[in-house]
Design a protein around this ligand. Structure first.
Ligand code: M6R
Length: 603
């Protein structure tokens, strides 16, 4: 979603801002812009479309400016147009915004009635106009920020620069914001993501909600001041060294990040087992059996929700612990029944997903512990949770989540084994090593999945089916395909087709059927029902199976031996490849699919 980068210092702000915004491109956006202080004036340059469009204008202008803010916008209020792109600026301030101002339309009407004019359809401009209004009354920027922030509702982060100084200002409510400084070079930075500041700002600070950050650069030093909304000094900031690295920021020899990330899974699975069973992770996981909760409330979104469904199976089968799995945007508004002996379990790659964060807050308010299965150390969810189980996936750049899913589910499996005190059984480690090897074999067979894709990519629709532990895999396979190939795909429990969706079946619909060893015959019967209605059949099931071979138009045989619990994760990698190859044949933007954002920071 929206990316923010701000700079103040002796260097040319354009360089750090554009570099920072480029690093945040993977998050998804539809326009970009920058505001620079040039000859004492605020100059806004913005453009609809890719960041390259903005770079082209900047290359021609070749500006040099010591203070500026930049933004990549993922549209919420107002169409994708250059006018609606950020920054929004006037003769006093320029503002960039990430999030939603929920009461924007009421405030806008009031401001218009007072005679204020708006140049865009965005909610963000309301912040700029309010800020300007209060500044005209007070001539005080901090006071104006505080008054404006007090009036708006919703979750947002804002970064502001002003004509009157070279200061950088930031403030947030339940949205990501980080500020950073480099004392040696006397530079101040602000961003929505610490990744944008890697290599620029060794010291970073995470302000809490409602803390006003003020970056000041002078001839001799750089520093950040922090204020509460009553303008008293604030200590509600967490400071840390920026431990992120740029290593993952290269595709290597792979054509897409998604492909690279699919291939990384085998070794990451191996490493995660080592971490939690044999190395430092052991102490994080081993005491889980000491206080087993009465129930888990798992909440997550998208792929992470599918991982939650897989984990529910592990927890319930191994431990008979009741597990509720909810989509985060539903859980947060359903007035859930929670009690203190239960635990909220949040699954998130980014740790910044607005709905998942809201569920975590709700659990904290109701005084129940929060566990997170999470990739980004230091993210908001990570900071707010009682216990974190890191998945150690490294940076996931492809918008379509691949390795995060596998490692989330595997982390859940390891937690489940720790609760059932079976973590040390040799077969547990052995099964994970087998999974790692099988994922490798799947990767080596990529050409086979490509051939399948070549034969089906032009079809009208895709129905993924599976039973039991393969049902969430069917959901995930369908999600992957629709998000990167822009084709209609649905995941169903195989036994559910005849209750409605079977009406869709004809020779232009493909059934990608996962037929696991459990409930094999019943799942085969479901596939027969589709075949009888002339659907195209692709099966993924145990290898060398003549029944599947006979039944299928395309048959992908896999070795399920030695994977009594983890075979669904192997099958899922096959579906990742199928989606990838179909998307490639369709010519879509695989790493940055249209309309999607890597980290969904608005609800
Ligand atoms: O960062 P999170 O894991 O919280 O993100 C949750 C979903 O937005 C994410 O999994 C999304 O569904 C992916 N695009 C799926 O590939």
């Amino acid at each position: 979603m929206c990316g923010i980068v701000g700079y103040s210092g002796p260097g040319n702000s354009v360089n750090s801002i554009i570099e920072g915004l480029s690093r945040l491109e993977y998050r998804g956006y539809d326009s970009s812009g920058i505001c620079l202080k040039l000859n004492g004036e605020l100059q806004v340059i913005k453009k609809e479309g890719k960041l390259d469009n903005l770079k082209e204008i900047l290359n021609k202008m070749n500006p040099s400016s010591h203070t500026g803010i930049g933004h990549t916008r993922w549209a919420t209020h107002g169409a994708v147009t250059t006018d609606n792109a950020h920054p929004h600026g006037n003769e006093i301030f320029a503002v960039v915004h990430n999030g939603i101002i929920e009461n924007a339309s009421i405030l806008k009407k009031e401001l218009q009635a007072e005679g204020w004019e708006f140049k865009s359809q965005t909610d963000s401009e309301v912040f700029l106009v309010l800020l300007t209004k209060f500044y005209k009354q007070t001539s005080n920027t901090l006071q104006s920020i505080s008054k404006t922030f007090n009036l708006i509702t919703g979750n947002s982060s804002f970064v502001i620069i002003e004509k009157a100084s070279d200061k950088l200002y930031g403030i947030k409510r339940s949205a990501p914001l980080v500020v950073g400084e480099n004392k040696e070079t006397r530079e101040a930075f602000v961003s929505s993501d610490p990744f944008a500041l890697v290599g620029f700002a060794p010291n970073i600070y995470f302000p809490q909600d409602g803390v006003i950050c003020e970056g000041v650069v002078s001839e001799t030093e750089v520093k950040f001041n922090f204020y509460e909304l009553d303008l008293k000094p604030s200590t509600r900031i967490k400071s840390q060294a920026n431990a992120m690295t740029m290593d993952a920021n290269s595709k290597g020899d792979y054509e897409h990040y998604m492909l690279k990330e699919i291939h990384e899974q085998s070794s990451l699975v191996d490493k995660l087992a080592g971490f939690y069973i044999k190395n430092e992770g052991r102490k994080v996981i081993e005491d889980l059996d000491k206080s087993i909760p009465a129930a888990f409330h798992i909440t997550a979104c998208g792929t992470a929700w599918h991982a939650g469904l897989v984990i529910k199976n592990y927890f319930e089968m191994d431990n008979r612990i009741r597990c509720f799995v909810d989509i985060a945007s539903e859980f947060r508004y359903k007035n859930p029944i929670l009690n203190k002996k239960e635990v909220g379990l949040f699954i998130s790659q980014s740790g910044e997903t607005a709905d998942t964060l809201a569920c975590q807050e709700l659990c904290t308010e109701q005084d129940i512990a929060s566990y997170s299965i999470i990739n980004v150390e230091g993210s908001t969810l990570f900071r707010n949770s009682t216990k974190n189980f890191l998945i150690h996936a490294g940076r996931e750049i492809g918008v379509a989540s691949t390795k995060a899913f596998t490692l989330q589910a595997l982390t859940g499996f390891l937690m489940s084994r720790a609760m059932s005190k079976t973590l040390d059984k040799p077969e547990v480690y052995q099964e994970i090593i087998t999974l790692s090897q099988r994922i490798n074999e799947v990767c080596e067979n990529s050409e086979q999945y490509k051939t399948v894709a070549e034969n089906i990519f032009h079809k009208k629709g895709f129905i993924f089916t599976g039973r039991g532990t393969y049902f969430p895999i069917a959901l995930e396979g369908a999600l992957k395909l629709k998000e990167i190939a822009y084709v209609h795909a649905e995941g169903y429990a195989a036994g559910e087709l005849k209750h409605g969706p079977i009406a869709l079946i004809d020779e232009d619909i493909v059934n990608i059927a996962v037929v696991g060893p459990e409930l094999f015959e019943k799942t085969v019967s479901n596939v027969e029902e589709v075949k009888a209605r002339r659907g195209v059949i692709v099966t993924v099931g145990p290898k060398n199976n003549s029944e599947l071979e006979h039944l299928s138009d395309f048959y992908i045989g896999l070795n399920f031996d030695g994977l009594p619990n983890l075979a669904p994760l192997m099958v899922n990698v096959v579906l990742q490849f199928v989606a990838y190859h179909i998307a490639k044949l369709k010519g879509t933007d695989i790493d940055k699919p249209r309309n999607l954002a890597k980290s969904v920071t608005v609800e």
